[in-house]
Design a protein around this ligand. Structure first.
Ligand code: NIG
Length: 413
């Protein structure tokens, strides 16, 4: 064997997460007690006891990390963020805590429209600069790949600007970013009385321009009667699909409006939020193999009830992913540790199911074959935790235990 670039020793266990969501999560995490893990050329090259390492694997050039008895797992994958934006909405947070609702604030001209004004006024470079510390906070939590949405531009120039800012941001950070077009996040104020025209603009101008420039992998829509109806969403997602953009939906967040059934119908990669999903919606997601992305910090942040029925979704055979949903309106936090805790406390998942959701479950919905797991040949994206077991992560609520973060074999935190 050629010399390893990186060797992590003295672990409690390495979780290679080689199973599927159809088996019990504890087994799917594939624990390897006492194993070390080696990375070569950015990929996992060996998992097993140090005594089993081939001759020549460790040289003076190998970077050796002592896990100090902590466990090692794949870098977290955050499948739902809106981390590129300008401005902030702390006043709305205050209003909600005094009884106003998210929808009332939006109807009064605040909400997404508030961030749209600030984002339109910022340059591509400013947007990337503003997003960088948010990305660094995700990295400090052990996130090595994150999806990032547009959706605060809501016209051709500003949606392109946001997605170019995502690309610029990716070049500034070791994290890998997966861009999503969300021009159908809200009907922009200037189109309030002309919503059909805005949809046409999305379908005939924004989607084709984004596809031409290769700026996004997914096309997302906020499906809600107060945003885009099921019929409008269907048109948009099918148009995106025809251009090679895989559909995803903000689904059944505020009302049960049939968005999950639409996600199944269009073959979406994910249906996100799902606080209000019905039993029928759950069956549709399971049958069409659509991942449910749960974002419990936004349920908390908006003081909404109920939380998405994670237990029911998992029992129905749906793959579950967990996201931070970091954004200025409904989830101003990069705290993935809190997401894991709430997924157990409020969505009804076990610690193993939550851990799956933040690793392989999330990678799967983003179509990432080699991430969120640590089998030989997979990406050398891993986290050394300052605790012996994944069970400690949701239990020690809201506290990050990521001690060392490695991306592509390189220590980045
Ligand atoms: O995923 N629900 C819609 N979109 C975001 C919130 C965006 C905002 O309020 O700025 C979400 O929660």
């Amino acid at each position: 064997m050629e010399a390893l670039d990186l060797w992590v020793r003295n672990t409690s266990e390495v979780l290679t997460v080689e199973g599927t969501h159809r088996e019990p999560a504890e087994a799917a995490l594939t624990p390897r007690p006492g194993a070390g893990i080696g990375v070569k050329d950015g990929r996992v090259a060996y998992v097993g006891p140090e005594s089993g390492l081939p001759k020549g694997a460790l040289t003076d050039a190998t970077e050796v990390i002592d896990a100090e008895g902590g466990f090692v797992g794949p870098g977290f994958v955050d499948p739902h963020t809106h981390l590129v934006f300008a401005g902030e909405r702390s006043a709305e947070f205050d209003l909600r805590n005094q009884g106003a609702t998210y929808l009332e604030i939006a109807k009064a001209g605040g909400g997404i429209a508030n961030t749209v004004s600030a984002t339109r006024a910022a340059s591509e470079e400013e947007l990337a600069t503003l997003a960088l510390p948010r990305l660094e906070r995700l990295l400090a939590q052990g996130v090595t790949t994150a999806e990032v949405k547009s959706g605060y531009g809501l016209n051709l120039a500003d949606e392109l600007k946001m997605l170019r800012a995502v690309r610029r941001l990716g070049a500034l950070s070791p994290l890998e970013l997966v861009p999503t077009l969300l021009c159908a996040h809200a009907v922009p104020p200037e189109y309030k009385e002309r919503r059909a025209e805005y949809l046409d603009l999305c379908i005939h101008e924004i989607l084709p321009a984004v596809a031409r420039e290769g700026l996004a992998r997914f096309c997302d829509v906020f499906t809600e009667d107060s945003a885009f109806t099921v019929e409008e969403s269907r048109r948009l997602l099918n148009a995106g699909k025809a251009l090679g953009l895989t559909p995803r939906l903000h689904a059944d967040q505020l009302t049960a409006c049939g968005a999950s059934a639409l996600a199944a119908e269009v073959g979406a990669a994910s249906a996100d939020h799902l606080e209000q999903v019905t039993d029928e919606g759950i069956r549709a997601l399971a049958a069409a193999n659509v991942t449910a992305v749960l974002v419990p910090t936004s349920t908390l942040f908006l003081r909404m009830r109920p939380y998405a029925p994670g237990r029911k979704l998992r029992d129905a055979g749906v793959n579950i992913a967990l996201g931070s949903n970091v954004n200025p309106g409904s989830s101003m936090t990069e705290n993935l540790a809190l997401v894991l805790g709430l997924a157990c406390l409020e969505n009804g998942l076990s610690a193993a199911e939550a851990y799956w959701g933040a690793t392989r479950g999330a990678a799967q919905c983003l179509g990432l074959q080699r991430q969120g797991r640590l089998a030989v040949g997979d990406a050398g994206d891993l986290v050394v935790f300052a605790c012996r077991s994944y069970r400690h992560l949701p239990y020690h609520l809201g506290i990050s235990h990521a001690r060392v973060v490695v991306k592509g074999g390189r220590v980045v935190f």
